[in-house]
Design a protein around this ligand. Structure first.
Ligand SMILES: C[S@@+](CC[C@H](N)C(=O)[O-])C[C@H]1O[C@@H](n2cnc3c(N)ncnc32)[C@H](O)[C@@H]1O
Length: 420
């Protein structure tokens, strides 16, 4: 190990630990001989034998629980035969009862806000309908050199060949797994709200090769054409680029729009910014609330998503789509072009979050509310801290179990400027 040159590596060693609290990233924290051990496949309070899988840092190593000596009451049989130490790395919490998974995710959100924003938050992670399996409507499967599809073990480039993935919806499994994808490095698959299945192959560098759309018989009434898929949310039909961004869990779009609309509380005549807008889900859902005298501006960098958003919002003259990057400079220019400050800003950035600079620009607006949708509580907590430093208050926080069996959690935060 580079930073402890004289210390023997623990890689491959086995020893007993008592497992401590859950941490961000799908593992729990334990200690052994003064070092932190990040343990996967364990639960807080358990006594386990671990096998060290990675030892590259002076302060910590990574390990899998390979034998459970004293099990947590939250431990269950894994529903997926491919999951477990050294196997498929797609899920983190297959060995945990679903209600306990939600408790763990809530603990992670609390811990991230305490550590990165100095804030004391506690919350219940809300369950989405449909159960913990067969929810994944959009997935990327890796393809091995023999053309066989599967998923990678945790922190590995190997491919575990799969015949099934029990968290993925069946039409996606049938379209991809158990087949040969010679010449591809990965396959993206998405199943839309009317059963249309889009597959896109990618080469070994991640560049798209070809896309195939199969629409169910009798779907002639579907509005989607070409490589577009059709999604339904918030009483509207949405067109999305086939495997382009849309919430993965079939119930997530409705749940998130409900949370965003509740926090935003838009009023007729208001101006709303929807940043990182994708196909316009949040902007299009809030537009009826601002009415014909209001304005909704959706900002998105991807050309295909912008084209879909423009079509999706074509019946809402108060809504417009601006293609561009949300960065500090672009956002400052955009704000300068408006007739006045936005009343409400909704932002739903990728995993890395909006970042400190964009958050600082937003905290400088005179918006009455910022609604921040985040799939990584660490990025969210880091950015909320920027708003807090600028005098804003975190006045609402909801979280959803939009990714059962995995450590991921989707949060929606409401930020308001402190009075006065
Ligand atoms: C998490 S998705 C949210 C999409 C949409 N809000 C939804 O729920 O369907 C993030 C979106 O941000 C876009 N994006 C990523 N980086 C961006 C940037 N710097 N500026 C503008 N859009 C960006 C992506 O193309 C993607 O559509």
């Amino acid at each position: 190990m580079a930073d402890r040159p004289d210390a023997p590596t623990w890689l491959g060693d086995r020893f007993e630990v008592t497992v401590g609290p859950v941490a961000h990233g799908g593992h729990c924290v334990a200690r052994h001989e003064g070092r932190v051990v990040f343990v996967r496949h364990a639960l807080p309070g358990e006594r386990v034998v671990v096998a060290v899988t990675e030892d590259r840092h002076p302060g910590y190593c990574r390990a899998d629980a390979v034998e459970v000596l004293d099990a947590s009451p939250d431990r269950v049989e894994r529903p997926c035969p491919y999951s477990g130490p050294g196997k498929c790395g797609g899920c983190d919490w297959q060995h945990v009862a679903p209600e306990a998974q939600r408790r763990l995710k809530g603990d992670v959100v609390t811990e991230q806000f305490a550590r990165l924003a100095g804030m004391d938050v506690s919350l219940d992670v809300e369950e989405l309908p449909g159960g913990p399996l067969r929810w994944r409507s959009r997935a990327r499967f890796a393809v091995d050199r023999a053309g066989r599809p599967g998923l990678r073990p945790h922190r590995s480039r190997e491919v575990v060949v799969l015949d099934d993935c029990p968290i993925t919806v069946e039409p996606a499994v049938e379209a991809v797994l158990g087949r040969r994808w010679d010449g591809a490095g990965a396959v993206d698959v998405a199943v839309d709200s009317v059963g249309g299945v889009t597959t896109t192959t990618l080469d070994r560098r991640g560049h798209p090769q070809s896309t195939r759309v199969v629409r169910p018989t009798g779907a002639a009434s579907s509005a989607a054409t070409g490589s577009r898929a059709e999604r339904k949310a918030w009483h509207r039909d949405w067109q999305v680029e086939g495997t382009g961004f849309w919430q993965v869990h079939p119930a997530a779009a409705d749940a998130l729009v409900g949370a965003v609309a509740g926090f935003a509380g838009v009023r007729p005549g208001e101006r709303v910014l929807d940043l990182y807008a994708g196909a316009g889900l949040f902007g299009g859902s809030l537009a009826p609330g601002v009415g014909p005298d209001g304005q909704v501006i959706c900002v998105e960098s991807d050309a295909g998503a912008c084209a879909a958003a423009s079509d999706n919002l074509s019946d809402l003259p108060q809504a417009e789509v601006w293609q561009g990057d949300v960065d500090a400079e672009g956002l400052t220019d955009l704000l300068a072009e408006l007739d006045g400050p936005p009343d409400v800003v909704v932002l739903d950035p990728p995993r890395s979050g909006a970042g400190r600079e964009v958050s600082a620009v937003l905290a400088d607006t005179r918006a009455r509310a910022v609604v921040y949708v985040a799939c990584d509580p660490a990025s969210l907590a880091r950015d909320v801290a920027v708003f807090a430093e600028a005098g804003w208050r975190l006045t609402g926080l909801r979280a959803y179990d939009a990714f059962p069996m995995t450590a991921h959690v989707e949060c929606v935060a409401l930020l308001e400027p402190a009075a006065g």
